[in-house]
Design a binder for this molecule. Structure first.
Ligand code: SF4
Ligand code: SF4
Length: 409
């Protein structure tokens, strides 16, 4: 038996790999193990063997695929432009059907249903806020406990952005829609608020459509393809009336910009979606936002995989940080994954923790007391592995703080 779902990997995509191996040095799981079966080339060979009916979708195949972080670091160096992320999402859809398990079923419920439900998200947000105040997060062990303790203090009452709008400060120049996301809108609201502040100063009216839902990235990465399609279709409708959509979470942005693979109308939404650092860098270049005076010191830059590898966005976060008066410091890591990778830590806690420790060591070695990261999962992973005293902030927050300092000086 080969593939059984409508989401099977496309043969042309698989055949585009010329087995050159140029991707291998960039793959975190290959670097950790030195094992060809944990490399992009090895995984693609196994997927092709299944497509040809030469190999079953068995436990070994499942393990080879599931060990992949879906970080997409193998895509930029690939001379054949193999769409590895898309292939892997389709393999996961096959695994959900061909390798059913209770864990997969529960993950699908949470990622495919729970994250799309504003009620569930609000409940989770309030639950975490209460647990933080009662000190209960200390009682949770493992990677979940580490992530919970690494969360910012969640505000009570919650301050979700979905359904709200903000008027520009000064002369209006246009309207931009904010992609609120799922956990971003309950646990990372300060990042949204910073972005809204900056865009208002640049003259934008900001709207966060009430009918938007989770982007579906985590569902897609875990094989819940039908749920991912449903969420994508929902968002295509929610953002149909706007010309520009801004996203401040790298994982959501990468997935929205891949919507063309997922749903009719997805390519149109993808084309008008822009990462927050790209939009702010553009506004700086146009003179709509100021280059700020002052020396705020060094900031280590962590490149989220779904910003650097999936969207190829590297310069813009640094541009924004320089404009805020910081000196960006490279952590010289080839942009290797920090090990967060969505919910990877639940399945492979040791690998996730090892990558997290390595990334934290690189940040520490930089000597900076602040690290900038533009993705919520990376933020949690970094804070979970860093010493108290090294701040983890979104680049837009650092720019907003400097901007408000200047405006109120
Ligand atoms: S997505 Fe990341 S972990 Fe998976 S094969 Fe590519 S580089 Fe390796
Ligand atoms: S770099 Fe591209 S073509 Fe070469 S082995 Fe990796 S995926 Fe295949």
């Amino acid at each position: 038996m080969s593939w059984v779902t409508d989401f099977a990997p496309e043969r042309d995509d698989l055949d585009s790999c010329v087995t050159c191996g140029l991707c291998l040095p960039f793959c975190p799981t290959f670097r950790l193990t030195g094992d060809e079966t944990a490399s992009p080339r090895g995984r693609l060979a196994a997927i092709l063997a299944v497509a040809r009916g030469e190999q079953p979708v068995d436990e070994r195949f499942d393990e080879m695929m599931s060990f992949c972080l879906q970080c997409r670091a193998c895509e930029p160096p690939c001379p054949s432009m193999v769409p590895y992320g898309k292939i892997q999402e389709r393999v996961r859809a096959e695994l959900l059907v061909q390798r059913p398990s209770l864990r997969r079923f529960l993950r699908r419920l949470v990622l495919g249903r729970g994250l799309a439900s504003p009620t569930m998200l609000r409940t989770a947000g309030i639950g975490v806020a209460v647990a933080q105040r009662l000190g209960l997060t200390r009682l949770v062990g493992g990677p979940t406990g580490r992530s919970l303790r690494a969360l910012r203090r969640v505000s009570l009452p919650l301050r979700p952005t979905r359904g709200r709008s903000w008027e520009p400060r000064g002369t209006p120049v246009g309207t931009v829609a904010l992609f609120s996301g799922c956990v971003m809108d309950v646990w990372f609201t300060p990042v949204h608020e910073a972005l809204v502040d900056v865009l208002r100063v640049a003259g934008y009216r900001v709207v966060a459509p009430a009918s938007q839902v989770c982007c579906g990235a985590l569902a897609a990465h875990d094989g819940a393809a039908f749920d991912a399609v449903r969420m994508a279709a929902h968002n295509v409708r929610a953002f149909a009336e706007v010309d520009l959509v801004v996203v401040d979470a790298a994982g959501c942005g990468a997935h929205l910009r891949d919507y063309g693979h997922w749903v009719d109308g997805g390519a149109e939404l993808a084309a008008k979606t822009v990462d927050a650092t790209v939009l702010v860098a553009r506004l700086l270049d146009d003179g709509a936002l100021p280059e700020l005076e002052g020396d705020r010191g060094e900031v280590a830059v962590q490149d989220p995989c779904h910003l650097r590898h999936a969207q190829r966005i590297v310069e813009e976060p640094r541009r924004v940080l320089r404009a805020a008066g910081y000196v960006p410091v490279e952590i010289d890591d080839l942009g290797l994954c920090c090990g967060a990778a969505g919910i990877y830590g639940l399945s492979y806690p040791d690998t996730s923790a090892e990558l997290g420790r390595r990334k934290a060591a690189q940040v520490r070695d930089s000597g900076a007391s602040v690290v900038a990261s533009a993705n919520p999962g990376c933020e949690l992973q970094l804070r979970g592995h860093l010493d108290v005293g090294i701040e983890v902030r979104h680049p837009i927050e650092l720019y907003r703080d400097a901007l408000l300092d200047e405006l109120t000086a």
